[in-house]
Design a protein around this ligand. Structure first.
Ligand SMILES: [Zn+2]
Length: 370
């Protein structure tokens, strides 16, 4: 497999052992996808039903929990019809399983047996559990104060956990300075986005082989907007959809680096804490690429206040969706898009639930009492 740095254009061959380009840019898999609806595995009910589009095939999987094919539910939102894609019910409770399954199986197939990862929580939990199934030793770095459910997932799977004080960047740096085995960073490893793109293929099939008009997602490092754009672009190039949906990435106003870059605002800012712990990143390994992908989709970057996130959370909880607070940013975003008339009543709009509230039930109860 060839790797490509989209920042400087340098290519690396399959034997490359680094985790990023020498220019510090992120690497991507440089491959062309040929995929049509006739290629779907009709007897498989996981994300691997689209494995012809992936760099790894179902037969080769070492570590899988049958991830993917989560429900797409039609719901009412401010008198608009929206579709909710519920990745809270993935095997480890977040959308990260889509990409982590691709990344861990790639590493396992290469004979890797020891890895280090840093995460705001969900990816760390996912890596720990997929690594456990693959029989890999695993060292996970998370910020101090990460929800107990996520920390519990890491510890119980037998992984080593390091809880690092300070901002999310301090956690990444601590991991990078003490890499045991291979640095299996979901924010850098190009296989991760190849797995997350399965969400685009599922939405396409669930909408009767069409692309929606809008997709609204929480955006931290940006893997969801990137993977959605990539997945729908592949389907577009294979003439399976007639357009790429407009992608709306939502950040918390308290920590909005990609929003700032997108709108040409000063990039230096003081990050404040946010209840969207999963997207509290001051630095994205893919910020340029996220801006480009969202622009290419004709979408937009929005930011939402803590109060707006809390209102989105309460509204979803009342509907019976026990989502984690990070996911509520997307629902605060859709409220704003409706209010600002950026989406229309007749549009097909998909909003993504990225993680499960059970991981953060202590925090959710606390927020409800505030
Ligand atoms: Zn480069």
């Amino acid at each position: 497999m060839e790797y490509l740095c989209r920042t400087c254009g340098k290519k690396y061959d399959d034997g490359f052992k680094g985790w990023r380009c020498e220019c510090d840019g992120a690497l991507w898999l440089n491959r062309e996808v040929k995929f049509n609806r006739g290629d779907i595995r009709q007897n498989d009910f996981t994300q691997w039903r689209y494995d012809k589009a992936y760099p790894i095939k179902k037969e080769d999987l070492i570590s899988t929990f049958g991830e993917g094919m989560t429900p797409l539910m039609k719901e009412d939102w401010d008198d608009f019809d929206i579709h909710i894609k519920n990745d809270a019910i993935m095997p480890t409770g977040s959308f990260k399983d889509r990409g982590v399954s691709m990344m861990i199986n790639h590493l396992a197939l290469q004979g890797v047996n020891k890895i280090t990862e840093d995460s705001s929580g969900n990816a760390g939990a996912s890596v720990a559990e997929y690594a456990a199934k693959a029989g890999m030793e695993c060292s996970i770095y998370v910020p101090e104060g990460t929800s107990k459910g996520k920390v519990g997932q890491v510890i119980s799977s037998g992984a080593k956990i390091h809880q690092i004080p300070g901002p999310r960047e301090a956690t990444a740096l601590a991991a990078q300075l003490d890499i045991e085995g291979v640095y299996a960073s979901h924010n850098w490893n190009p296989y991760f986005i190849e797995g997350v793109k399965s969400i685009a293929y599922e939405i396409w099939e669930q909408l009767n082989f069409t692309a929606p008009d809008n997709i609204v997602v929480p955006s931290g490092n940006g893997s969801l907007p990137l993977a959605l754009e990539q997945g729908f672009r592949e389907l577009f190039l294979n003439e399976e959809v007639d357009r790429i949906p407009r992608i709306y990435g939502i950040q918390a106003q308290n920590c909005n680096p990609v929003y700032r870059k997108f709108h040409g605002l000063p990039e230096e800012f003081d990050a404040k804490p946010t209840i969207g712990e999963g997207i509290a990143l001051k630095f994205s390994s893919h910020s340029e690429e996220v801006v480009k992908a969202i622009r290419a989709s004709d979408g937009d970057m929005l930011d939402v206040t803590e109060d707006e996130i809390l209102q989105g959370l309460k509204k979803m909880l009342k509907k019976g969706y026990f989502i984690e607070p990070t996911s509520a940013t997307a629902f605060a975003g859709v409220t704003k898009l409706i209010k600002e008339e950026k989406i229309n009543q007749n549009d097909t709009t998909v909003v993504i639930i990225s993680g499960n509230g059970l991981k953060a039930s202590d925090k959710i109860l606390k927020y409800l009492n505030e």
